[in-house]
Design a protein. Sequence first.
Length: 612
Amino acid sequence: MNNKENQISASNRLDKAVGLRDKWCGEIGVGDIGEKVTICGWVAKTREHSQHLSFVDVRDRSGMIQCVIDSVVDLHSEYVVKVSGQVTRRPEGTENVELETGSVELTSCEVEVLNSSETPPFSLGKYSEADESVRLRYRYLDLRRSKMLNNLQLRSAINHCARNAMVEQGFTEVETPLLWTPTPEGAREFAVPSRLQKGSFYVLPQSPQIAKQLLMVAGVDRYFQIARCLRDEDLRADRQFEFTQLDIEASFVTMHDILEIVNHVIRKIVMVVRQVEHLAIRTMTWKDALENYGTDKPDLRFGMELVDLGEVFRETQFRAFQAEVVKAIVVEDGASLSRSRLDQLVDRAKELGALGLVWMKIGSVGVPGNSSSPDHPNSLEDIISIESPVAKFLQDHEKEQLISKLGLSGGELVLVVAGEHRSTCEILGQLRLELGSRLANEANEDALEFVWVVDFPMFDGTDEAGNLQAAHHPFTMPHIEDLELLEINPKAVRSQAYDLVLNGWELGSGSIRIHSNEIQSRVFKSLGITQDQAQERFGFLLSAFRYGAPPHGGFAVGMDRLIALLAREDNIREVIAFPKTQSGLDMMTGAPKALSKRNLQELGLNVGPKPN
RNA sequence: GGACCUGUGGUGCAGCCUGGAGUGCACGCCGGCCUGUCAAGCCGGAGGUCGCGGGUUCAAAUCCCGUCAGGUCCGCCA
């Protein structure tokens, strides 16, 4: 992983006085030649040549410097040392271009061992990769690796940048409670037993959503917070129990304003960590995203868009294509895929819920009237050759239209799925990702394709009781022009909700909120929430809204994901100091753990036997 | 709740399909040699409950069942 550009320089700070030392290891260069300097750090590597010559690499968070020792040394990996020595240009031919400080070294060294170290359980060098569970058990050592320290420094720089960008835009940072009240919608919450009110619980907030809306009622007008959010849901590569959001809410704004506010922050961050001057941030509707990419979080680093073949097969005799929609993706040069790979793709499509997957290998595509064989002028086989299990069911004109609609020139693989609209798009979208991820990485590993997805549907699916569910959350404002559909055709109502997507990762979401009690009641009604239920669940919010709630809306940026992508990591654990495993365990501390009887008693808890 | 992959000296792996002595590689560690290395080199050495439990078998790292742990994904994440 190339972290060079992400490395936040340790210089440019006010703290030139750095305690026991007067230089950072990684910042010693030719400009210091002749100086006598003192550094502190860990022994990264010793190379003992003889009793008269040893090389000791000393590392701190800024980098590494080679120290030349011309006597016997008793230094081992990860010993903590203070070294005073003369910065010297390395002898001709011994420079190390791999090392930032590779043209100099410290000579005439005086070494003080500040602390010894046991042999670490795994090597902290850049060429070794320990299993993640071992790394997590010894996280304090794992974090000592330069890649991880760089990630932490990158994270700090991004947070700093985000804070500045928000303050610049007139936002006030407000902290909100971690001990909050249950809000029965949404993610599963972590409960915290109350000692003073035995039998009652606080919950940890899944986000500061309601608190920030109350701040708008209060007149804060522009709020932000780098907030910890907690959700007791299953973990993933891009999901931890606790994660960090740049949480934003503003009053008297439109969706457009919110997008611009967030764009400003994103552009600042990308400018600082990637030196990108004019970052393009696109916008597309949810409908277009689904239609063309089969997902609400499109990865725009590569094409391979979904193509509608409805017109081509409008009157087809082929049963499987007599469906609500017929869509396809084209895999360039995919005609060379093996039969077993194609079978895998078919299986994968079925796994994703498709009735089937039709593949077509496109052979030659000639030009009509250009036949080289005068005996068989322009027979279709001369012009187009399609190898497919279903080729015999397709009419000639269907094949011709297919070729022109998809712009085929030969050598491609076409994958066709037919069925119900939404699922067909999503299945092809998934196949597109799986077949295209290689393209995405090859294209440009530094690519940052930000896109706003807007005009989400207001409702999405139903709960067990058959009630509609809010796609975003129940305080999301419907599109004004769709308001009248709320009672007639709720599924067609678009909301003023929007997601920010980066390279196919959902970076966050937001919406304009409902500030009118009248509209809120109608939305609750659509969701099957009665007045009484609403009062019970969100009573304090509804009360607040009776005292002059301003129009408002907001957004939250998932910082872990943003930082991971900017650090070129495909896992957010790599940018979190102390993450948990997929089963929610902390390998280092052993948490979660049983509490003592006394603790439990104090909390008024009665824990039954461990379930099997 | 479900699917798949993984678990072998301190670390990373091979061995497993097709059962036959803990058999191998690399790194690290310990000792020795070595005056310009930098993932140093050379020589020697130590280090193992093959995750755990059960089963099949004359015999299990290897086959079967269960279980624990790690990972990826589906469900879940308003």
